[in-house]
Design a protein around this ligand. Structure first.
Ligand code: NAP
Length: 259
């Protein structure tokens, strides 16, 4: 266990990670648990969260599976309250839940636009609003939002890139509003990370995932695709007590420079 659980009364902090049944969210949940935090594993389907919760428990940690659609206001309020009651006041929040509905602008439907905005932007807003009161009361909080290199523009992702750019402004404003309460807010903007999300993109392009990974690696300065643990390591740093002077930042975790 590292220093993450450190606070004066030695009670472990409670973290919420959304979209944590798989991919980057699952890696973040496992990492924060191994750092000593109690972790609420949130995803659309509560049953789908149970494997991650079991892994955390098997490794000696404490976790809770909670099913919630992050774009549903009432469900978010209820889920956060449940976490506070069953695990502890959530003072760490990682807004990771995400979807893609890629298409060129002229083919993009309003439903695909709204769905992406709903999960990434509305979801992060609702989750942050529901958690901030626990953070303000504790005079400590850490919010980490998952942006993307797509925020800089990406063909076929007008909805997703707008949402991910929006999350950067959202993050900076949270940092400004909540700083005086001991709460930091930062965004991680991953580049190419090997998950089901990028696997789905390969399928849509009609190439194998291996071909997709190989092609991507050629364009990435460090010469490889990213892994969920690359993002988990960055989140682990940002939620630490000692990262309290890092706020309002967008950290590109993309194997090379971006912007
Ligand atoms: P993923 O494997 O598709 O996992 C996303 C998770 O979010 C899934 O478990 C999904 O549940 C859940 N989710 C979707 N809608 C939700 C909702 N309304 N409420 C609660 N949970 C919901 O994606 P990932 O690749 O790990 O990506 C995680 C985050 O990183 C996303 O925000 C993504 O945009 C961002 N990101 C990823 C990459 C990459 O290369 N992979 C790059 C940049 C940024 P279901 O399984 O039920 O759909």
């Amino acid at each position: 266990m590292s220093d993450q659980s450190q606070q004066t009364d030695q009670t472990p902090r409670t973290a919420i990670v959304t979209g944590a049944a798989r991919g980057i969210g699952a890696a973040v949940a496992r990492r924060l648990a191994s750092d000593g935090l109690q972790v609420a594993v949130l995803d659309l389907d509560e049953n789908a969260c149970k494997a991650v919760v079991s892994e955390i428990a098997a490794a000696g940690g404490k976790a809770l599976a909670v099913g919630v659609d992050v774009s549903d206001e009432a469900a978010v309020e209820a889920a956060v309250e449940r976490v506070a009651t069953e695990l502890g006041a959530p003072t760490v929040l990682v807004n990771n839940a995400g979807i893609i509905r890629d298409n060129m602008l002229f083919k993009m439907t309003v439903d695909d636009w709204d769905a992406v905005m709903g999960v990434h932007l509305r979801g992060s807003f609702l989750m942050s609003r529901a958690c901030q009161k626990y953070m303000v009361d504790a005079k400590f909080g850490r919010i980490v939002n998952l942006s993307s290199t797509s925020a800089l523009g990406n063909r076929g992702q007008v909805n997703y890139s707008a949402a991910k750019a929006g999350l950067q402004g959202f993050t900076k404003t949270l940092a400004i509003e909540l700083g005086k309460f001991g709460v930091t807010a930062n965004a991680i903007a991953p580049g190419f990370i090997a998950t089901d999300m990028t696997r789905a993109t390969a399928e849509r392009m009609g190439i194998t995932f291996e071909q997709f990974l190989e092609g991507a690696a050629k364009e990435i300065p460090v010469g490889r695709a990213g892994q969920p643990d690359d993002i988990a390591a960055t989140a682990s740093f940002l939620v630490r007590e000692e990262a309290g002077y890092v706020s309002g930042q967008v950290i590109y975790v993309a194997g090379g420079p971006k912007d």
